[in-house]
Design a protein around this ligand. Structure first.
Ligand code: MRU
Length: 340
């Protein structure tokens, strides 16, 4: 069965260029950019023109395919953003795809095929995450999310937002509360826009309204994406996620993480070992280019935080839902065994 919904694709391979939806300009301007050089790709990732862990991985993979003769750019692209593990995961897959290539042409073909394959697989992966998550919600539920873990952050459907698209097709009628997600407003600029494009009921709140909204609107669950999940289930996601997890626990509201297997980093034991990106202080001193703070005020601007595994009620993957004994269940998952 095909599930179509009216949200544009964020990344497209065009043989001599990568076309991306410029997420920096949304929601006011729907602009597509052509990336033709490694510098274009690096800049698009660093400046969040393309963002969201899976979409970053897909773009970098196409970037490597674009500059096939210059395989050294793997390190360069990998250094564009440090937290989302999907980036190095995708670049590693591309490296493996050319191990047995006997000519430059074959290597180039393999790289392009592998990058396309990653994008195609991601769509099915996200659809499966949505399918698995659907059982957690019932008609009329009010669900909170942060940042944008949606269709434009992936190949299609998204991770945390995937069940909302599938629920709509089943007429389940979920209502979404989107946190605006300061400093760069992925929640208000992207999630609110994306869900409205997809015809899904969404209400926008500022991040500071989360506790009051959970209580007053009887939020049924919180669901978020992830940039990297450690061996023990500790999860790095957009700054503010940890706070929502603490609030959800205080109100006894289930708190779910939705992510593909490509977001797990079984090499890191716990969240303490996950690198947290710190970004330009200007993102905090300004809102959409308008200064809102003294010019030189010192700023702390971590882009992500770590939610400890014991605050997470379930981690939803394309292979099933894990609920609590994360270390064991993650091992099971990577052995190819089924989880719930
Ligand atoms: O800084 P961003 O916008 O790239 O942060 C994105 C997130 O935190 C997402 O929740 C995560 O990458 C998952 S996207 C499916």
């Amino acid at each position: 069965m095909t599930h179509s919904f009216a949200v544009p694709r964020s990344v497209e391979w065009k043989e001599t260029a990568i076309t991306i939806l410029n997420q920096q300009k949304l929601p006011d301007v729907t602009e597509y950019l052509e990336l033709t050089t490694k510098e274009d790709v690096f800049d698009a990732i660093v400046t969040l023109k393309v963002r969201g862990a899976p979409a970053i991985g897909i773009t970098a993979a196409f970037g490597l395919a674009l500059a096939a003769k210059d395989i050294d750019i793997k390190q360069y692209l990998n250094s564009s953003r440090p937290t989302a593990i999907n980036l190095s995961w995708a670049l590693e897959r591309l490296s493996h795809s050319i191990e047995n290539a006997i000519s430059v042409n074959e290597a180039k073909t393999n790289l392009v095929h592998e990058a396309i394959q990653i994008q195609v697989e991601d769509e099915e992966t996200c659809r499966m995450i949505g399918q698995n998550a659907l059982q957690l919600f019932k008609k009329g539920d009010r669900i909170m999310t942060i940042c944008n873990a949606g269709s434009i952050a992936t190949s299609r459907y998204g991770t945390a937002l995937a069940p909302f698209y599938l629920a709509k097709q089943k007429d389940l009628g979920l209502h979404i509360y989107a946190c605006e997600t300061r400093p760069v407003l992925q929640g208000s600029r992207l999630t609110a826009w994306e869900l409205m494009q997809g015809g899904i009921d969404v209400t926008l709140i500022t991040d500071s309204m989360a506790a009051h909204t959970m209580k007053e609107k009887q939020i049924s669950a919180v669901i978020v994406g992830a940039d990297r999940i450690a061996k023990n289930g500790d999860t790095a996601n957009k700054i503010g996620t940890y706070g929502l997890a603490i609030l959800a626990n205080a109100f006894d509201i289930p708190f779910f993480v939705a992510a593909p297997l490509s977001t797990f980093d079984t090499k890191v034991k716990s969240g303490a070992d996950i690198p947290i990106e710190e970004r330009d202080p200007e993102e905090v001193r300004q809102i959409s280019g308008v200064r809102t703070a003294p010019t030189d005020v010192p700023v702390f601007n971590p882009a992500f935080d770590i939610t400890p595994h014991d605050l997470i009620s379930g981690i939803i993957t394309e292979k099933g839902i894990m609920t609590g004994s994360y270390e064991e269940e993650i091992e099971q998952l990577f052995r190819g065994e089924k989880v719930h």
